[in-house]
Design a protein around this ligand. Structure first.
Ligand code: H2U
Ligand code: ZN
Length: 360
């Protein structure tokens, strides 16, 4: 039988509770008291970081031969190519109809691209200059416009670090464009539409305004952008990058907002690397209003944003696993989002590798 609630005053950092994620319409179990488990503070040797600057055996380097036999140009800034192993192709035939409702299929067409951020393999975004990061943002925008002209959803995402399945030690991301709305996109379409209908303001615009006032979950901010560990975060150091004004898509950013985006990305990613003094692994990606046939539709409920999902929990090598209860019941976290934000906020904004170079 369920026990009655105790008379002790509730403290989010002490007492287990559920938090609602309005963007995903689900709940996370927060059990902060578990942080007192005895393993806290353990340190391991971080993964090696001595990646060669240029290695012709690395298919993303300038001048290297890729799996399909093509040779990369001697590129000097960003470089985009068609993925040699695309999960989506433009010309797949339609699946046949099955008249049983439990066996549904739908057409999937699209393109997959790979984008190198920089010619040097030993760099990552936080180690790049603001001008170089700005070039990445400009290229993201260009591709979003180009593929968004016909495709419904253009997913820009970066898998960083071997822990996140990144197969090449070279700064890069991927772009998959599809003729359908993927699950995450259609979920966010539904929740943002509902919020806008009920409250008359885009969900994530209202959320950014409240978080900017409350401050307790803010990691970094500037006049155009805000980074928070969301109230409903599932991963220990998950963050959400939000514009302060209403912006539907990457292509709606002003020139100055692209600059301030480069700046806030560098600050966030430097803090991430400084947390455990390791090149911090994560999967990140951009979400904005759908494109293609949606370009003519009312998308005012949408707000541009980027999700960062890092797996690390308490050192360079100890990650959180989404297993057991998470797979079979629901997501759970130990550290509260406020504690995670506080830890990230208090970290220096000078990259630890720069500091090591200065000391050498
Ligand atoms: P990840 O490291 O994030 O997996 O991205 C690398 C992508 O680059 C991957 O999708 C592609 C892989 O298919 N790739 C090529 O298209 N050509 C190659 O020669 C190597 C890797
Ligand atoms: Zn999203």
């Amino acid at each position: 039988m369920e026990r009655a609630a105790s008379a002790v005053t509730f403290q989010p950092s002490e007492h287990q509770h559920l938090r609602y994620n309005p963007l995903h319409d689900d709940w996370v179990l927060v059990s902060a008291h578990r942080m007192r488990r005895p393993w806290q503070g353990q340190m391991e040797n971080p993964p090696r970081e001595d990646v060669p600057r240029c290695d012709l055996a690395n298919p993303l380097c300038p001048g290297a031969k890729r799996a399909g036999g093509e040779v990369n140009p001697q590129y000097e800034s960003t470089f985009v190519f068609d993925n040699d192993f695309p999960a989506l192709q433009p010309d797949a035939p339609e699946p046949g109809a099955d008249d049983h409702p439990l066996f549904r299929a739908a057409s999937a067409r699209g393109v997959c691209k790979v984008m190198c951020f920089h010619p040097w393999s030993d760099l990552t975004l936080p180690l790049m200059s603001l001008t170089e990061i700005r070039a990445v943002i400009d290229k993201w925008t260009e591709i979003a416009v180009e593929l968004g002209a016909s495709y419904t959803w253009v997913q820009i995402f970066e898998n960083k670090g071997a822990m996140m399945g990144c197969s090449n030690p070279h700064p890069h991301c991927q772009i998959w464009a599809s003729n359908f709305l993927p699950n995450e996109a259609s979920l966010e379409e539904r929740t943002q539409q509902k919020h806008h209908r009920e409250r008359g303001i885009p969900l994530l615009l209202e959320y950014a305004q409240v978080e900017a006032e409350r401050k307790e979950r803010v990691v970094v901010e500037n006049p155009d952008w805000l980074v928070v560990v969301p109230y409903w975060a599932v991963w220990p150091f998950q963050t959400l990058l939000l514009p302060r004004r209403h912006i539907c898509r990457l292509q709606d950013l002003r020139d100055s907002e692209r600059d301030s985006l480069a700046s806030i990305m560098k600050r966030l990613l430097t803090k991430y690397d400084n947390l455990f003094e390791v090149s911090f692994p994560y999967s990140m990606g951009w979400h904005g209003a759908p494109t293609g046939p949606y370009l003519d539709a009312d998308c005012n409920h949408w707000q541009l944003h980027a999700h960062y999902y890092p797996p690390l929990l308490r050192s360079a090598t100890i990650r959180k696993f989404m297993v057991g209860y998470e797979l079979l019941a629901q997501a759970q976290r130990d550290l509260t989002p406020e504690q995670a934000a506080e830890r990230l906020r208090s970290l220096p904004e000078e990259h630890y590798r720069m500091k090591l170079q200065e000391m050498a």
